[in-house]
Design a protein around this ligand. Structure first.
Ligand code: S6P
Length: 599
């Protein structure tokens, strides 16, 4: 694509789908360079201006901080008068998983103080989506509204926070629309990371409105403080569209800040001021600094995980308490993001589901993806563990270190490929004999005020830091495996309408062809034919994504077909000859370049 065409094309994309110039060459980077690239991309979360554009509001913008203050005041109101009230956090994929983590932690905090647990999470696809990829329910606005209606039945006051990083999920749009129709009960909040005019404007399943419509209606109602849109811009993701990274981190930072501020106001009489919100964000910025200051160890862990995946072996995260949840979340995201198998990167948590405290309880009967306890790891994985498998322990000094050492001991009897991310405190460090059990230890020592020690705040920072590390490790490992071309995950699974659009965008981006041509090639790959029937071309997106769910490599196949002007069979043959996607795409571009030179 020539430069002008390319920049017009980029401009047309919402920020969350754009290609980040910082990570453009991430596919050629080694572990150390990758850490630096990710560090710079994550720094954008806290930047005052993105791309020197002073019109875009960012996390520290006064308008964003003020909206956070306003929403925190709603939290305070509900905490002061919890009878018949609820705070609901809802989202799809990673956004739903972060909602789950925040809600369970916040409820724990309320319980510890003998307060009513008034927080609830909704994740599209139900609790199974906490551990596996359930992308299709994301497309259903009616399901979103229905689920919300059900959980709020009989409530008089509900603060609803709908999270959609890309401001695109129909499931969340349906819920916000429902709230807007019942403003007597609901105060809706939209959390996302695009300007409102970039919210998605495609039609939704059986629906008369689209996401952008809802976002605009929300903005209009915001003037009367009956609804709130929280949408700072964070810059593009390091892997284009992968909102589990910056989007997920910023969701955690923003909502924890709001919930805690509301809590402090309700129970400690601390009036929520913009300065307290800003100070909390700055603390998270320090977590970012501290985490990335361990770049050598992080690079070593990326390298190790990459080696394991390259050898078709596995990476296992063994986490304690909420660090276990962070591990499970990161692992489950590799399935939709990188088309990974569920056991390529897998997470385990102490005490399994009883530690998760999810709504639907023990899901282990649903299949091997739902087997998540340390004991399950010992029973099912440990006996077959090989030296190529990487094991990564995630714990803090507050966890049961006897348990940590006992399990590490068991693992060491089978492999030395054992590493750890360990958090401790200046005044309470993880003993050296524990650290010595691991080959690489990313050892983070934190300084907390005496008020913060043993508080939820401390745990939240460890979680965020661990999230940054694991995102870097799993992203880096898949890049090293050759799953990424430039900073695009080309071999994405086209399992919902957002991913269908992204697939067409990627094809346009790399071939420079018209949208219609790219869509035809994509459909040929999805329906596995060179001759598309009328039925196929006229079907709606949901039919396409349903069919695409059962096919492998649809986007690479379409790309090769367009680029080389070849048949489906020829394209598949080309991909079979190059098992590494990055090499397949490079080879296809160089062969088509040579061909056009000869022509
Ligand atoms: C993204 C992740 C997805 C998203 C989900 C919701 O890295 O794989 O599961 O979280 O699609 O996206 P959004 O934009 O509505 O938060």
């Amino acid at each position: 694509m020539d430069d002008l065409k390319q920049s017009c094309y980029e401009l047309s994309l919402p920020v969350t789908e754009k290609c980040n110039a910082i990570s453009r060459d991430i596919d050629r980077a080694n572990g150390k360079q990758m850490v630096q690239i990710l560090r710079r991309c994550d720094a954008e979360i806290f930047e005052k201006k993105i791309n020197n554009d002073s019109f875009q509001q960012t996390l520290y913008s006064s308008s964003v901080i003020q909206t956070m203050v306003d929403v925190a005041k709603r939290v305070e109101m509900i905490l002061r008068d919890p009878e018949e009230s609820l705070i609901v956090l809802s989202g799809c994929g990673t956004s739903g998983r972060i909602a789950f983590l925040l809600v369970t932690s916040f409820n724990e905090m309320l319980k510890a103080q003998n307060q009513k647990q008034i927080c609830l999470y909704i994740i599209a696809g139900g609790d199974r989506a906490l551990l596996t990829s359930q992308e299709a329910p994301e497309d259903d606005p009616a399901l979103g509204a229905l689920t919300l209606d059900k959980v709020c039945a009989g409530k008089k006051r509900v603060l609803f926070i709908g999270i959609s990083c890309g401001m695109s999920a129909p499931f969340v749009a349906g819920q916000l629309d429902f709230c807007l129709k019942h403003l007597d009960v609901f105060t809706p909040v939209l959390l996302g990371f695009n300007p409102v005019h970039m919210a998605r404007s495609e039609p939704m399943q059986n629906c008369s409105f689209h996401f952008k419509d809802v976002a605009e209606r929300m903005t209009a109602v915001q003037r009367q403080k009956k609804a709130f849109v929280l949408n700072p811009v964070l810059g593009a993701e390091a892997i284009s569209g992968s909102s589990r990274m910056k989007g997920g981190s910023a969701t955690k930072i923003i909502l924890e800040t709001i919930l805690l501020a509301g809590h402090e106001a309700a129970f400690r009489g601390k009036i929520t001021m913009p300065e307290c919100i800003t100070a909390r964000i700055t603390t998270n910025e320090m977590v970012y600094e501290t985490t990335y200051s361990h770049s050598d160890e992080l690079a070593a862990l990326i390298h190790k995980a990459g080696e394991s995946l390259q050898m078709k072996a596995h990476v296992y995260y063994i986490g304690w308490h909420t660090l276990g949840v962070i591990g499970l979340t990161d692992a489950s995201e590799c399935i939709p993001t990188y088309g990974a198998d569920f056991d390529d990167i897998r997470g385990f948590i102490n005490n399994g589901f009883s530690e998760m405290k999810n709504k639907e309880g023990d899901l282990s009967s649903l299949g091997p993806q739902f087997v998540i306890g340390h004991k399950d790891f010992v029973d099912t994985i440990l006996p077959t563990l090989s030296q190529n498998d990487m094991i990564l322990f995630l714990f803090s000094v507050n966890d049961d270190l006897h348990e940590v050492t006992a399990l590490a001991d068991q693992v060491r009897r089978r492999t030395s490929n054992l590493h750890a991310i360990a958090h401790d405190l200046e005044k309470l460090t993880v003993p050296e004999r524990v650290c010595n059990m691991f080959k690489t230890v990313l050892h983070l020592t934190w300084s907390f005020t005496s008020e913060e020690v043993n508080s939820f705040v401390m745990r939240q920072r460890w979680e965020l830091s661990t999230k940054w590390c694991l995102n870097a490790i799993s992203t880096g490992a898949h890049v090293l495996k050759g799953k990424v071309y430039m900073n695009y995950m080309i071999d994405l699974r086209v399992t919902n309408s957002k991913l269908y659009r992204r697939a067409i965008n990627i094809l346009q981006r790399f071939t420079g062809c018209a949208k219609s041509e790219c869509e035809r090639a994509l459909l040929r790959a999805i329906y596995s034919t060179d001759d598309l029937s009328e039925d196929m071309t006229s079907a709606d997106v949901w039919k396409h994504t349903d069919a695409a769910n059962r096919r492998d490599q649809v986007v690479p196949t379409a790309l090769v077909m367009i680029q080389c002007g070849c048949t489906l069979a020829e394209a598949r043959h080309h991909l079979d000859c190059h098992p590494v996607i990055r090499d397949a795409v490079s080879a296809c571009f160089s062969s088509s370049k040579n061909k056009s030179t000869v022509d």
